[in-house]
Design a protein around this ligand. Structure first.
Ligand SMILES: NC(=O)c1ccc[n+]([C@@H]2O[C@H](COP(=O)([O-])OP(=O)(O)OC[C@H]3O[C@@H](n4cnc5c(N)ncnc54)[C@H](O)[C@@H]3O)[C@@H](O)[C@H]2O)c1
Length: 320
């Protein structure tokens, strides 16, 4: 197997690549900027292509040069940059995904794994919202509340078309909120759990008036990387779209308590109650992850404490 990871130097790409390297594989990472901050430790055990997924010839060349057999398509713009420049958001998201699918079709690449998001569902309402948090299944209505979610839905549908028309095994993974090293630096305010951990580690003063009890499913990037790896390697599944989370609600308080075990002198004050942070439409929820378990053998390995410990150990190891 030769895996091409688009967006391979990003938060999730670097973790997926590291898991592959640990298993003796040498993935090809394609990204439009050279940034080794999250993968300095494995840079000699991967192949790096600096290239843009909006450039079909660059994609084709990477596939030919490295005899790529599988693609994990992670490259995308995050919600804020996509909304700041909708044409670019759609170009990278939608055109970029068509470019990936077209190269897969032209080069007989059997499987493409696409990283989608809970943003595909949009607002989470009623018994699916906190406090009841009835687990959200993949058939929850898709009514994206922002451009990012609309792009994800569009890409999922394009992938379904290519699967049904050309037989490309297109698998979409919809992630809940993710926390992991690098996310705070790259995605800033989108990364509340990461900020709690990193500001506690830096001993920064931070008073958050409320939100400590906000229930939500937050998955560690180690589980995200594992889910991508499983989706790439699992035998052809019966279903094609999977929610990826922990299947459980956690609270920011639990994250702060886990960080406090490592940094007992931290200076963060976290008020009680639900969160007022985040985007206008509420999307706090818990994912039903049984389809991913059934089809690709996904099982989360990190609870909050283990995730926070690994997060900090990774920052230490990378010298961040
Ligand atoms: N982090 C989350 O909470 C989250 C949640 C749900 C879904 N996802 C999805 O997971 C995927 C990876 O996210 P991440 O957190 O690793 O983000 P990231 O921003 O860390 O990584 C994305 C990478 O894509 C690269 N990229 C952007 N435009 C490109 C282009 N035109 N050509 C080539 N590379 C390009 C960026 O340089 C970056 O390294 C994305 O598709 C994202 O939408 C992330």
């Amino acid at each position: 197997m030769k895996l091409l990871i688009t967006g391979g130097m990003g938060v999730n790409g670097a973790v997926t690549a590291r898991l592959m390297v640990q298993d003796g594989l040498r993935p090809v990472l394609m990204d439009n900027r050279l940034d080794l901050t999250l993968m300095g430790d494995i840079k000699d055990q991967v192949d790096i292509v600096v290239g843009d997924i909006c450039d079909p010839a660059a994609l084709e060349k990477a596939v030919d040069d490295y005899k790529v057999t599988h693609i994990a398509h992670l490259a995308a713009l995050m919600p804020e940059p996509a909304e700041a420049d909708p044409r670019l958001g759609v170009k990278v998201g939608v055109d970029g995904t068509v470019n990936v699918l077209e190269v897969a079709r032209a080069k007989n690449i059997k499987r493409v794994v696409f990283t989608s998001s809970k943003a595909a569902y949009g607002e989470i309402l009623g018994e699916y919202a906190p406090p009841a948090c009835k687990p959200v299944r993949e058939d929850y209505p898709k009514r994206p509340a922002d451009l990012y979610g609309s792009i994800k839905v569009c890409c999922e549908e394009l992938g379904r078309y290519y699967r049904e028309t050309y037989g490309i095994e297109f698998i979409a993974l919809r992630f809940v909120s993710i926390y992991g090293p690098g996310k705070e630096a790259r995605h800033g305010p989108l990364s509340f759990y990461g900020q709690l951990i990193e500001r506690a580690r830096r001993g920064e003063q931070w008073a958050i008036p409320q939100g400590g009890d906000q229930l939500n499913d937050a998955v560690y990037v180690g589980d995200v990387g594992r889910s991508v790896y499983l989706a790439v390697t699992a035998p052809a599944p019966d279903e094609w779209t999977f929610n990826i989370g922990t299947g459980k609600a956690s609270t920011p308080r639990e994250f702060l308590n886990a960080a406090a075990k490592l940094f007992p002198d931290h200076l963060i004050e976290l008020g009680a109650g639900p969160s007022k942070l985040g985007r206008s439409k509420q999307s706090y929820c818990v994912f039903d992850i049984s389809a991913a378990k059934r089809n690709i053998g996904y099982e989360p390995a990190y609870d909050v404490e283990k995730g926070v410990r690994d997060y900090v150990a990774t920052l230490d190891r990378l010298g961040r």
